[in-house]
Design a protein around this ligand. Structure first.
Ligand code: PMP
Length: 381
């Protein structure tokens, strides 16, 4: 009897171990994926201990920098390409190009995904784009078209240049032998939708539905629109959504006072003023389709100075080991302000859009002299 009990026991234990090995959650995480595009999304969430301890709130960062090409833009690029495939504008296994005008992370995401899926990337950018981004694009083998920085109304401005290059390719290949799409991240609704369908639900699940505040910056508006629309409309979470805006950008006034004060539209002519900040990827003086989609879900905006962002980036680096990019630092400053407003115990999520390693030659060049004695109060000034 004893030996049969032992045998059954060991069989059960064996079966349980096999079950654990095959199906337990931690094992699922490490299952091999079929290609890099399958690594996109399902990013980690981490508590920012220093800011949480100092404020009594729980402040978390959604680590979008963990995506394979290093930013939240992987989600957007993949969805833009998937939507183009759905329309038949790109076909797997056939020659196809994706065109985009971007000085930011979107081009890097597009280049990576194009390589993984068998397409080619053509990226137009201003010729003063940071060296890291240029090097990444070139290393990924993208066709890079450097143009002189110009206003958006100029036909040679980089977004217009990308659109024109796409139109030229399509005109020269009317038989459809080579396909091409203009990604158009500012106006393309595949952008906010992917955050509505993936980033938002992930945040909701990771926080078990208990979220009092959500903070993001706004470049195209895709992230803040998609996530806040999901949280407030779909998941019915009553949280405060805050747009963290860099100095010089118009969203702060648009959200808090109903006007973008330095956006001028007169007799059909538009003047868009340059945003005066070292923060990359966020801040605009114009309204995009992706921003409009979620504007009604944004409760307020907090304006953050370059100096505050620099000091916060250093603070997170030495106190938490979090080496973040400039827009993440802005979100963290806004999180501390929101934590004071919402009070101890409140749960706040910020987007950590990308890593500091993408900003070494610009933002982090200014921040390099790290001061370990900097207090949070000093960093917030
Ligand atoms: N941070 C960084 C570093 C970015 O590149 C961007 C996108 N331009 C954003 C934040 C803002 O994201 P969104 O375009 O979804 O508003």
């Amino acid at each position: 009897l004893l030996s049969s009990v032992v045998t059954v026991g060991s069989l059960l234990f064996g079966a349980y171990s096999t079950y654990q090995l095959l199906y337990c959650k931690s094992d699922e995480i490490s299952k091999p994926k079929d290609g890099v595009e399958e690594l996109i999304g399902n990013t980690q969430m981490v508590k920012i201990r220093s800011l949480s301890n100092a404020t009594g709130a729980e402040i978390y960062a959604k680590l979008e920098l963990g995506n394979p090409a290093g930013s939240a833009k992987d989600r957007v690029a993949l969805n833009i390409i998937k939507m183009a495939e759905k329309r038949g504008d790109l076909v797997r296994g056939e020659p196809g190009w994706v065109f985009e005008g971007t000085s930011g992370s979107t081009g890097i995401s597009i280049a990576m995904i194009c390589n993984a899926l068998g397409y080619r990337a053509h990226i137009s950018l201003p010729d003063d784009t940071s060296l890291e981004k240029l090097a990444l694009l070139e290393s990924l083998g993208a066709t890079v078209n450097k143009v002189k920085p110009a206003s958006i109304v100029d036909p040679n401005q980089y977004v217009n240049a990308a659109k024109k290059a796409c139109e030229t390719l399509l005109r020269e290949n009317e038989d459809g032998s080579v396909k091409g799409v203009f990604a158009d991240q500012f106006e393309n609704e595949a952008n906010w939708r992917v955050h509505y369908e993936t980033t938002g639900p992930e945040i909701y699940k990771q926080m078990e539905g208990r979220i009092d505040g959500f903070i993001a910056g706004c470049g195209t508006g895709g992230t803040i629109s998609g996530v806040s629309k999901y949280l407030k409309e779909k998941a019915n979470v009553s949280c405060k959504v805050v747009l963290a805006d860099p100095q010089g950008s118009g969203f702060y006034n648009r959200i808090n006072h109903g006007v973008m004060y330095d956006f001028v539209e007169k007799e059909g002519t538009r003047r868009r003023h340059q945003v005066d900040t070292i923060i990359e990827g966020i801040g605009l003086n114009r309204i995009t389709k992706n921003f409009r989609k979620g504007e009604t879900f944004i409760d307020s905006s907090i304006r953050v100075s370059d100096q505050q962002a620099l000091d916060m980036a250093k603070y997170l680096s030495v106190n938490d080991g979090l080496f973040v990019g400039s827009s993440t630092a802005i979100n963290a400053v806004a999180a501390v302000k929101l934590a004071k407003e919402l009070g101890p115990g409140s749960r706040i999520v910020i987007i950590a859009c990308d890593s500091g390693s993408r900003h070494l030659s610009k933002f982090w060049k200014e921040a390099r002299e790290v001061n370990r004695d900097l207090t949070l109060e000093q960093a917030m000034h």
